[in-house]
Design a protein around this ligand. Sequence first.
Ligand code: CS2
Length: 488
Amino acid sequence: MRLTTPDDLPPAVTRPDYTPSAHGVGIVHLGLGAFHKAHQAAYTDTALARSGGDWRITGVSLRSPEPAAQLAPQNGLFTLIERSATGSTARVIGSIANAFCLGPDRAAVLAALTAPTTRIVSITVTEKGYGIDRSTGGVDTAHPAIAQDLATPDAPVGVAGLLVWALNARHAAGVPPFTVLCCDNLPDNGTMLRGLLIDFARRAAPEITNHIATDVAFPSTMVDRITPAATDATLAAAEQTTGHQDAAAIETEAFSQWVIEDHFPTGRPDWESAGAMFVTDVKPYEEMKLRMLNGAHSMLAYAGFLAGCTHVSDVMENPVLNALVRRHLTAAAATLPQLEGVDFADYADALIARFSNPHLHHQTYQIAMDGTEKLPQRILAPAADALAAGQPLDPFAFAVAAWMRYTLGTTDAGDSYALRDPREDELAKLTRNQTPEAIVTNLASLPGLFPQALAQNKAFTQMITARLSIMMQHSMAQALDNELAALE
Ligand code: CS2
């Protein structure tokens, strides 16, 4: 039997401690993927149980019909399996009230975005989903959704187009704006999204620009929970635990963190009852997480994938890679300003433990996707700070070289793999049949990627070239050994 009600679950499964249908919808979420289900939907589920409120979620996927097709027949319910190194627990989440796909459910999505009861629109569409031009902070007019929405702003398909259209419609109808809550791993994500919307509005609906700039809140957030893509094994585990088929089940780690700037003029759920931390400045938390967790993740994904490690936990079992992850965490931590109440060495130890979790099957190939969207904030920004401060650059040069090697699209054994990067065509042109020197020069001058000071620093580009040469002429295994020898 399919999961459709929380009433018929075995005692070991935690059920929503409230009656879901008794709570109205207050949030529209764009990007109904695994991360939203494991993170914001789980926090909201706890907040509803502890403090109530009309804060259930209308989840929307912008393109893929699958999330809605999985959740809608289950009344939005799904199983969340939380796995730590020592055991697993399962809970059924009741915070999602509706699940839509923008294409077929357009009228319902637009109605939800303009409803006065909608007070927050939260977003997880991954870094590439927004269409930001990293060199200007405005819209990337070559991004397919941005281009389409600029041409036909009354039939929006992308984040910027939908939000500007909805804020405009609300303003015209005298409905207060919703708060826009970006939950993607981007630096200063609230400010970034605000800049994007203002630039989009200037081009598509100039009359609303001032309203967006002055009346709409864009709190920044740091979000954290390692969530692998669901597999058949996830669905089988959920069925075994709950006794119900669940097409929307998801596995995640036990740890989670959410640091939010407290700026919600139209209210918010009691997320702190679920452990969220409200602060006036999210930036130091965001930088810590992007540079340490995500920076080390990207480095270990490229090097690990090419060294034959399928999962992050396999990477951590390789003593050389393990040592390089530690080295990377130390170098990244050195670029951060002090953060009261946080010891970066403890944070690094906790990350090592989380990456080593053998029960979480998190693929290096999953993390390796979209490198051009991830490298700037994860690797290149801390590298630029390290350069300015005269700190060690080798860990960053190694990470960049591993990414460049990965962009070639073939393993050391000659097997090819799909790059899965929005700039993959450009990458192919810049790297195909090129020497390591030329690859470094070409990729370092990709617009919006390397900060100028880094691209122009000969010592840094030479450090990358030396490593990339070994990776290309010998192997990733050889490059790892050399890196370790230099460490000892
Ligand atoms: C990962 C993140 O896939 C990736 O790029 O680094 O999704 C990471 O697992 C999360 O940010 C953890 O909070």
